[in-house]
Design a protein around this ligand. Structure first.
Ligand code: ARG
Length: 397
């Protein structure tokens, strides 16, 4: 029988999809669960897949690949969609899709499948990532049959699919880079998220003791915390813990989805918040005024492309190449202070620092001869003054 390979989380959507592909399409289903640090019980997911009648199941540990290939470039891009969202879900999708395609090739499958709805961003990310590495047809039953939660539960019950009947308070997606919390009471954009929405962050930590952390960067990549060298997965996991404990990393904003809907999004991203704060601060010290200006534009574009599912768009690679080119000097140490849920850079140093204490000082030993500035200022304003005169703008009578 022909096979379809499905990106499988073990939740309601993807469980329904297994049954759907089997019964309505007459396909054998191969399920793939990719570990990007979501911390799920992978044995339980395997058991679920088996119970649903999948012909085989793959669990793929892609955590290191996720950090090195997706999270590090995001750090280098200080990537925050709409200035807030660190793209945890968005970055994982192209990697998960790629793993699904690899399995499909190995299994000689005839279709690829996902359990995304037609309302979200993930359908766009999965479809486009599938399309860039395979010509196989894509099956997305939840979207294509316009199924909502109730219809899914009904479908599952009718076909004897065991599902957790406990009503979930929120819809969660998480991985090493962050935790997204949607739905339930959060659908009212004026309602404050209840404390139990948060698992990674001690939101009410009012401890009087600040937490200090230093992060060492080597060419834009975080390599050590408090001088202890750490491997990629370990470093991010560690920072999530330390910063989460200090209550850092909660984001609550209105987000523009690819499909044009606005959604209220709540995130916990302690590690990402710290790393982006530290990295962008270090960049300001080692890059010139001109580099700093354009870098922000390119960073924003990078985040936009990654969010919109355009990971494989040539422009994303172009922007990425620019960003990578800027990172060779982003080496140094940043000191962070966390307290009461906020994080602040309180110190930075680098062998590539362009900060010149001797020039900048207001003390008597400054090497900066102020008299040289007068001519510069005059020329700096000359063109504006000329234009104002010609156009009849008088600043003062
Ligand atoms: N809005 C975010 C994104 O599009 C997070 C989506 C999280 N998904 C979920 N089922 N909670 O990347």
């Amino acid at each position: 029988m022909a096979k379809a390979v499905l990106a499988f989380s073990g939740g309601l959507d993807t469980s329904v999809v297994v049954k759907y592909l089997q019964t309505e399409h007459g396909l054998d289903v191969v399920t793939v669960t990719v570990d990007v640090g979501q911390g799920d019980d992978y044995d339980a997911i395997r058991t679920k897949s088996k119970r649903l009648g999948a012909v085989s199941h793959y669990t793929i540990d892609a955590r290191q690949e996720f950090v090195e290939g997706y999270v590090y470039p995001a750090i280098q891009a200080n990537a925050l969609y709409q200035d807030k969202y660190c793209l945890a879900t968005a970055l994982a999708r192209p990697l998960i899709a790629q793993k699904v395609v690899e399995v499909a090739k190995k299994e000689g499958a005839e279709a690829l499948a996902h359990g995304c709805s037609g309302k979200g961003n993930d359908q766009v990310r999965f479809d486009l990532a599938f399309m860039s590495s395979s010509n196989l047809p894509i099956l997305a039953p939840i979207r294509d049959k316009n199924l909502d939660r109730e219809a899914e539960i009904k479908y599952a019950e009718e076909r004897g699919v065991q599902i957790e009947t406990v009503a979930k308070k929120f819809s969660i997606d998480q991985n090493l880079w962050g935790r997204a919390i949607e739905g339930g009471v959060l659908e009212d954009p004026y309602a404050e998220p209840p404390d139990d929405a948060f698992i990674w962050t001690r939101v009410n930590n009012l401890s009087a003791e600040p937490t200090y952390v230093t992060i060492s960067f080597d060419s834009g990549i975080p390599v050590a915390v408090n001088d202890t060298p750490m491997k990629p997965v370990q470093l991010i996991t560690h920072l999530n813990k330390v910063a989460g404990e200090a209550g850092v990393g909660v984001v609550d904003h209105i987000e523009d989805r690819t499909v044009g809907l606005k959604s209220r999004e709540v995130y916990e991203t302690p590690g990402a918040t710290c790393l982006i704060e530290a990295h962008s601060d270090l960049e300001k010290m080692v890059h010139t005024i001109h580099q700093n200006r354009l870098k922000r534009v390119m960073d924003d574009e990078w985040a936009r492309l990654a969010y919109l599912g355009l990971w494989d768009e040539p422009l994303r690679r172009d922007v990425d190449a620019f960003i990578r080119r800027t990172q060779s000097v982003v080496t140094g140490i940043v000191r962070l202070k966390m307290q009461g849920g906020s994080v602040r850079v309180v110190g930075r140093k680098s062998k590539y620092s362009l900060y010149n204490a001797k020039s900048a000082t207001y003390g008597a030993d400054s090497t900066f001869d102020q008299r040289r500035a007068a001519g510069f200022v005059e020329l700096w304003g000359a063109q504006s003054a000329e234009a104002n005169k010609l156009q009849g703008y008088t600043i003062k009578e």
